[in-house]
Design a protein around this ligand. Structure first.
Ligand SMILES: Cc1cc2nc3c(=O)[nH]c(=O)nc-3n(C[C@H](O)[C@H](O)[C@H](O)COP(=O)(O)OP(=O)(O)OC[C@H]3O[C@@H](n4cnc5c(N)ncnc54)[C@H](O)[C@@H]3O)c2cc1C
Length: 298
């Protein structure tokens, strides 16, 4: 694999590239060693040419949004990381078409300003449209599945696919993209007209609840674990007496036990050690297996 060749290609396409880029600067956990080659893709119309080059060189590839659901290894990421930052957005009647790199917050604000309701739940989720579709992000009874009508993606071989909402296999924090490895290019959302002030009030309410309940003052990747059937991960962890429990610089948040926070220069190893301890304690106490929602990348 020839990293220099990929870098040259990416630069010719007009993308900014950096070698050995520390991933802690690109994750909300503020954790992660260097990416061998970090490419900022701000024009998804040209990604097919970049993918071809990456494929021809047989180079491992990781697709990055805002890094808000990731735990990146201290050793970093081998191969190429393509950071999707094309943030094109178009409002068309009650529909919004957004490029994968569009921030959810920008999408929510565009919806509100266009008097369109349906995205209120997403206000405060710190990711991109691509990451939100990949994860079927959701909160407060809403999820991407309820509002997405179609999604355009590209296979690693360069074939463009357009899927309807039903074909996306959206479930609890999952989509078909977890299996097929395609790169999400854009998504279309169908919303409903409403009063701007009503939409704004609901967004403010959800954001207020987040600020009250979540440890937003510390770096994290949101909820560390998925909700186990019939339980709440945070409650099981709290009832296990683990609030404030730490490994190195990683700590179970005192404010919300469902969040592992980077309290003090935590390493990935610290977080993994803490996750293991939480899982085994909860298993012993409640016979419940906690599955991570956070995605580990190396
Ligand atoms: C404080 C905080 C609060 C949060 N609250 C919530 C919440 O309420 N609800 C919720 O669901 N999540 C929540 N999250 C988690 C996270 O914000 C979401 O999962 C978000 O959708 C991830 O988007 P991202 O762009 O950051 O993706 P990343 O973290 O960069 O990537 C996540 C996964 O998506 C893949 N991916 C990203 N973009 C693409 C693309 N274009 N094509 C293909 N694959 C792609 C990546 O490869 C990776 O596997 C929270 C996180 C934090 C830090």
């Amino acid at each position: 694999m020839n990293i220099e060749k990929i870098k040259e290609k990416a630069e010719n396409l007009g993308f900014v590239c950096r070698e050995n880029e520390p991933m802690k600067g690109h994750t909300t956990f503020r954790i992660g060693g260097p990416a061998e080659l970090f490419i900022e893709c701000n024009d998804l119309n040209k990604i097919d040419l970049l993918l071809k080059c990456v494929r021809d060189e047989g180079c491992p590839l990781f697709i990055l949004g805002k890094g808000s659901n990731l735990l990146v290894s201290d050793e970093g990421i081998k191969g190429v990381v393509i950071y999707i930052c094309d943030d094109t957005l178009m409002v068309d009647g009650e529909r919004i078409v957004a490029a994968a790199g569009c921030k959810l917050s920008s999408l929510c604000i565009a919806a509100r300003e266009s008097c369109l309701s349906g995205l209120e739940f997403a206000f405060g989720i710190p990711g991109t449209v691509g990451g939100a579709v990949y994860m079927n992000a959701g909160a407060y009874g809403g999820e991407v599945k309820q509002i997405i009508t179609s999604c355009t993606s590209i296979t690693r071989d360069g074939e463009i696919k357009v899927r309807s909402s039903k074909e996306l296999e959206l479930g609890y924090r999952t989509s078909c993209f977890k299996k097929n490895g395609e790169i999400i290019l854009s998504a279309t959302f169908e919303l409903k007209s409403d009063e701007k002030c009503e939409i704004g009030a609901r967004m403010d309410d959800f954001l207020g609840r987040r600020k009250d309940k979540q440890p937003l003052e510390y770096p994290s990747a949101g909820s560390t674990f998925k909700r186990p059937e019939g339980y709440f991960a945070g409650a099981l962890i709290e009832q296990s007496g683990l609030k404030g429990y730490s490994v190195g610089g990683a700590e179970v948040s005192v404010k919300h036990a469902g969040f592992v926070i980077n309290k003090d220069n935590a390493t990935c190893q610290d977080v993994l050690g803490l996750i293991k301890h939480i899982q085994s304690t909860v298993k012993t106490n409640f016979n419940v297996d906690l599955e991570t929602e956070v995605i580990f990348v190396e």
